[in-house]
Ligand binder design. Sequence first.
Ligand code: HEC
Length: 439
Amino acid sequence: MKRVLFLLSAALLSPAMASAADAPTTPTFTKDIAPIFKEKCEACHRPDSMAPMSLVTYAETRPWVRSIKARVTDRQMPPWQIDRSVGIQKFKNDRSLTDEQIALITRWADAGAPQGDPKDMPAPKQWPDDQGWSFAPLFGQKEPDMIIKSYEFTMPAVSQDVWDKRVTPSGITEPRWVRAIEIRPETLKGRKIVHHAIAYLEQTEPAGSALGGTGLPAPFMEWAVGKQGEMMRPDTGKLLLPGAKFHWDIHYSQAGEEITNKVEMGIYFYPKGQEPKFRTSLSLVPAALGTMDIRPNTVSLAEGFTVLREAARIESFQPHMHLRGKAMMVEAILPTGGKQVISLVSDFNFNWMTTYVYADDVAPLLPKGTILKVTAWHDNTVAKKSNPDPNQWVGWGDRTVDEMAHAWINIVFMKEEDFKAEQEKRRATVSQTAPAPQQ
Ligand code: HEC
């Protein structure tokens, strides 16, 4: 008993001692840290990529240790804004660090960031040839079926940020089902100035779609560093209709040298005549649309309610707000009255336009009549670092100094019998922690 008490008080009084007892070896860069950085940082932090420094070698990493510890412990790096305390936690594109990885990096930094034995260094990671199309070989092709390019743009060496929003027609003359998409800056240099790139799709939808069309171009594909592309779930596709056009939204930032760039998007179709069973449609699900009233020096809240007129599977979620966006939550209010949080982004950052793609076994299955509730918070105070002026009144609008508040949600609508079948499949595989499929 005495011994237990002693250990307990030692643990309470001296966390350093306790952790030293738990883990007597000091983590080293070559053995413990480099493997994490390869997996979670190099996608952006390598030579000629978009982040300000490479984290590939020890020499490159060492000067940044303090900053790394700070950014990693407050979860600003890698960029991933999903709140970990509520909602679905399993994603196809999760790039965040686990709690254990953060603890390891912190211990390493606190121990003086030792290099360790160079022999422990993992083999260098081979990054895919940036000029090749990575999905093409999977489909037995040399190139995507269709390549859409943005207009050439030259970013001066020194400039404020610029958004290129020009429009490219698709040239599509008959409906085609898309099974995969890749998008990237055309050259390696282009990566230094492209902060993000989104291609929005504008096409005329047949009347009577399940959410009702908004008429606004909806995101089709986005590029952010570290992202290769998007493969649809099995038997699921996006539909391109004749007359489809792509609106670009390319955010360029200066790189200290003049660089000319285009963004290119490669599209892979299902073979003609092969129709996937399910269609993914990207829907704008508003917390507010058209009007907002954000007073100076306040935190404001907006709520929107949208009824699913058909049963649905939720594929992914991307919050859309501007410089004062603080947080966004998507909840499902079920026909039975039950309520579940699907996702909460509690630390929204305008610079990171991330689409959170749910893993196959947890993508929410929602019955017809479910209400999607979207709540958006805007912080028009000095507390919000990206806020250009908290003394301004702010309304709804397209400029980044105006505000918006909607979620982009990829939804697959389903017939009742397909929905039942999907629920059955889910019951067979689902784990206890996943949100329960609804009756
Ligand atoms: C998706 C791309 C991406 C990933 C993944 C990523 N970073 Fe970053 N990181 C950036 C960009 C871009 C910046 C510069 C803009 C900024 O500071 O937010 C940055 C900035 C930083 C900074 C601040 C540098 C300074 O000026 O002090 C640190 C530290 C950092 N990253 C560490 C990491 C670590 C460690 C990882 C992996 C565990 C990581 N990042 C993963 C893109 C990324």
